[in-house]
Design a protein around this ligand. Structure first.
Ligand SMILES: C[S@@+](CC[C@H](N)C(=O)[O-])C[C@H]1O[C@@H](n2cnc3c(N)ncnc32)[C@H](O)[C@@H]1O
Length: 273
């Protein structure tokens, strides 16, 4: 009988995931996250001079937005190439942001360091979810705000992640990132260290030249899709591509041959106890 009660080897799962996110170039996908990051920043509402941390910041999308309020911003991600890209984006814009390479499950910051801690489709991917949640709480000041934008089981992103999971099953014992998009999951993860959690379902749109273009973008730049394609033979790759086209098609609002894909996600605001 299979022993499903074993604690997963989080270190090796994290290593594999870091390699996955290092492939491709998430910066090319990050344009789809700008609206979610803008809204999240408005909801968290950090004031000028406050310290803001963007966790699993990728190429820095939310960090760049928070800095426009003259906040004192730090971004952390475990992929050095994305941190370099974030630094370049900030430099080109003339923005000063402290970007650091680090793991969301073990962040290189002291306790109670930030007024606001945000993550856009980021911390949700850490395999040791309880530990990542404790880290969000630990580095946030008492009374500070934790703001998350992330996938939910419904809609495009739930569909998208489940389609990938059919081809590359998640490591045994590691809960789905979609847990952060359920009220039960949020209570389990953040309930103990916060005095309030509100989560609402929002929609955003992704724009592509066509469904084909959308699948090309993800096949070329999105680490998890690249990794899934690499594990398959030619027939499997063709099947995955068709499945991904169908996922985009299910949420496509455009009727002119382009793709305007509606995505539902959770925007969560928690107040640190
Ligand atoms: C979907 S991308 C989102 C990036 C960015 N937040 C944005 O909205 O553009 C997921 C990001 O999470 C990062 N990531 C995943 N797990 C992480 C972990 N355990 N520690 C640090 N970064 C992590 C990946 O490297 C990747 O940059």
């Amino acid at each position: 009988m299979k022993d499903d009660t074993r604690v997963p080897d989080y270190a090796s799962v994290t290593k594999g995931q870091r390699e996955t996110w290092s492939s491709g170039d998430f910066n090319e996908i990050a344009r789809q996250n700008v609206e979610m990051a803008e809204r999240l920043c408005n909801a968290v509402d950090p004031h000028p001079g406050q310290r803001v941390l963007d966790v699993a910041c990728g190429s820095g999308t939310a960090a760049l937005i928070a800095e426009r309020r003259y906040c004192d911003v730090t971004g952390v991600d475990y992929v050095p190439e994305l941190i370099e890209r974030a630094e370049t984006r900030a430099r080109v814009n003339g923005q000063e942001i402290d970007f650091q390479v680090g793991d969301a499950q073990d962040m290189p910051f002291p306790d109670e360091d930030f007024d606001a801690v945000v993550s856009v489709y980021g911390v949700q991917f850490a395999p040791d979810q309880q530990r990542a949640a404790r880290e969000l709480i630990r580095v946030c000041k008492p009374g500070g705000t934790i703001g998350l934008a992330g996938p939910i089981p419904a809609g495009w992103s739930g569909d998208w992640f489940e389609t990938h999971a059919r081809y590359v099953p998640p490591p045994p014992g590691v809960p789905s990132p979609l847990r952060w998009g359920t009220s039960g999951g949020l209570d389990e993860l953040l309930g103990a260290g916060t005095r309030s959690i509100t989560s609402e379902r929002r929609t955003t749109r992704q724009y592509y030249r066509s469904i084909d273009h959308a699948v090309d973008v993800f096949s070329t730049y999105f680490g998890p899709t690249i990794r899934a394609l690499e594990t398959l033979d030619a027939a499997g790759r063709a099947r995955l591509r068709t499945d991904l086209e169908e996922v985009f098609d299910r949420y496509n609002l455009a009727t002119d041959g382009t793709a305007i894909v509606e995505n539902q996600y959770a925007q969560t605001i928690a107040t640190r106890a």
